[in-house]
Design a protein around this ligand. Sequence first.
Ligand code: CO
Length: 185
Amino acid sequence: MENSPSSPSPLAGEGGGEGVTTCHLQFVSNWSETDASPDIRISDLGGLNMLKKINHIAVAVNNIEEAAKFYQTVLGLNLSGVEVVTAQKTRVGFFKIGESNIELVQPAEPDSPIAKFLEAKGQGIHHICFEVDDVEAEVKTYLQKGATLIDQTPRPGAHNTKVAFVHPKSSNGVLIELCELPKNH
Ligand code: CO
C-alpha cells in the first residue's frame, strides 16, 4: 500500500523503506501525550516496541564441546565466550553469526533447568533471546499486558547482561529471554 503524505499514522508506512519505521519511532518517542495531535496517540501504538534484535537462539546440549564440533567443522563457526552462569546453573558458549549468536547451553548442576529440559525433550532449540534497552521496563510492560514471566525481577545472565524470561505459556510454547547488555558494552 502506498503511504500517502496525508497518512494519519506514523507507523502506516510499512514497507516504506528501511529505516522509516525506526525514524518514526524516534520521532514519536520525543512526543508527550499532550503534544500529540488528535490523530496520533502514543497509547494507540500499544506501547513502543523496544526489542532491538535477536541476540541469540539457544540450543540445549548435553555437552558444549561435543556439540560444538558440528558448528565448527561443518558450519565453520568459532566457539567463544564459554562461561558458567551461576544464577541459571548453566554453562554456555557462543557462535557469532552476523549480529546474532547461537548459544549452546548445557547444565552446570544436576538440578539445572536445562537438565530438566534435556530429560523431557532431548537436545534442541531451547529459547530465543531478544536484546532490549531496559529489561526492567520491558518486564513491567509485559506484566501490565497480562503476560506470565518466569522472572518478575531481572537476574544476571552471561557476559554481565541482565536477563528475564517470559513463560512459554504466554508465547505459544516458545521460551523467550530478554537481555540488556551492560551499559559500557
Ligand atoms: Co540465553
